[in-house]
Design a protein around this ligand. Structure first.
Ligand code: ZN
Length: 325
């Protein structure tokens, strides 16, 4: 087993040499003040070694550990240790990207990607990353790495007197990391109300804390964790959360548009009364919204006009996409 583990670490070292040499060296230059993480693209790993990439999906914690070990032993041109640097994998295949409402037991402990909009964020807090347990009988300190998200791990026995009780955490000798809980939401395609939202709890740590704000649309890669403590949470998934590993910006939701709908949109865009059609299409059952809808449509028009003029040099606005709210 030890041989197998060191083979995996070596495989990651070679992967970094072939695909991420510049990025690792850049990280070393900026670590730890400006940068603490190496982002790797799952698709690159798949090109390098499909089996390793697939194993990363099913055993993400182990493989993140191997990849981070490879980072620590990486041959760097400057004398610095990337001892606490993170490897953050992103751009997972679409097969591992369930909607929030589709997350099930089979996803627990696996790596998935979800796309959603940040609904709310909690205050950042401090959590133990390495607890120094002091034996009350002989005073020996036992340092035990902690997962900031999860229960506290105690030593099995004292390294000094070999007894297995009477430990107290020595806070001065312990190390801490920032943690934060955020909630991301997905709405069903088409018309959806607040009651239709799916909300997922995401737990973040270290340099991912304070990276997003409410309203941001993001891709989050992370490990699905079962957690009975979340049962009273406002999330619509009451017993599972994601331990976030990487956050990347998602420009917009992927819209699944059929060929028929494409034809309809193109046809509508050449209609002289498209502006009036848009105004009438917004909340048509609510009386008295005409002026507000005019303003809203006008804003969408201006948006499109502005983008078209800048991107393609067009002098006259054309409507390419109609939004129905
Ligand atoms: Zn002891």
């Amino acid at each position: 087993m030890a041989t197998r583990n060191s083979e995996i670490v070596e495989a990651f070292e070679k992967f970094f040499q072939n695909y991420y040499d510049n990025e690792v060296k850049q990280l070393a230059q900026e670590y730890p003040n400006e940068k603490q993480s190496l982002y790797i693209d799952w698709q690159d790993l798949y090109r390098y070694d499909p089996d390793l990439a697939d194993d990363y999906l099913s055993h993400p914690k182990h493989h993140q550990g191997y990849a981070e070990k490879a980072l620590r032993v990486y041959d760097l041109p400057i004398d610095i240790s990337l001892s606490q640097a993170h490897v953050r994998i992103h751009n997972l295949p679409s097969t591992e990207s369930p909607d929030i409402g589709e997350i099930r037991s089979r996803h627990v402990n696996s790596l998935i990607r979800v796309t959603g909009t940040v609904d709310s964020i909690e205050q950042a807090q401090s959590a133990l990353s390495e607890a120094a347990f002091e034996c009350q009988l002989c005073g020996t300190l036992s340092r035990i790495p902690q997962s900031p998200i999860g229960g506290i791990q105690k030593p099995h026995k004292c390294q000094g007197c070999e007894r297995s009780e009477n430990f107290v955490v020595n806070h001065d000798q312990s190390e801490y990391v920032d943690i934060q809980t955020i909630y991301i939401e997905q709405r069903p395609p088409g018309v959806g109300t607040d009651d239709d939202r799916e909300i997922l709890t995401v737990k973040l740590e270290d340099d991912l804390v304070d990276e997003v704000n409410p309203g941001n649309t993001v891709n989050i890669c992370g490990i699905v964790q079962h957690n009975a403590d979340l049962k009273n949470s406002t999330a619509s998934i009451p017993d599972k959360h994601i331990e976030g590993i990487a956050i990347t910006e998602a420009s917009r939701y992927q819209l699944d548009i059929t060929n028929r709908e494409k034809k309809d949109i193109i046809q509508l865009s050449s209609n002289d009364s498209i502006y009036e059609t848009m105004v009438d299409s917004i909340a048509p059952t609510v009386y008295g919204y005409e002026r507000m809808n005019q303003a809203r449509s006008h804003r969408d028009y201006q948006d499109l006009d502005h983008r078209n003029t800048h991107q393609s040099g067009l002098q006259h606005p054309r409507v390419y996409l109609i939004t129905f709210c």
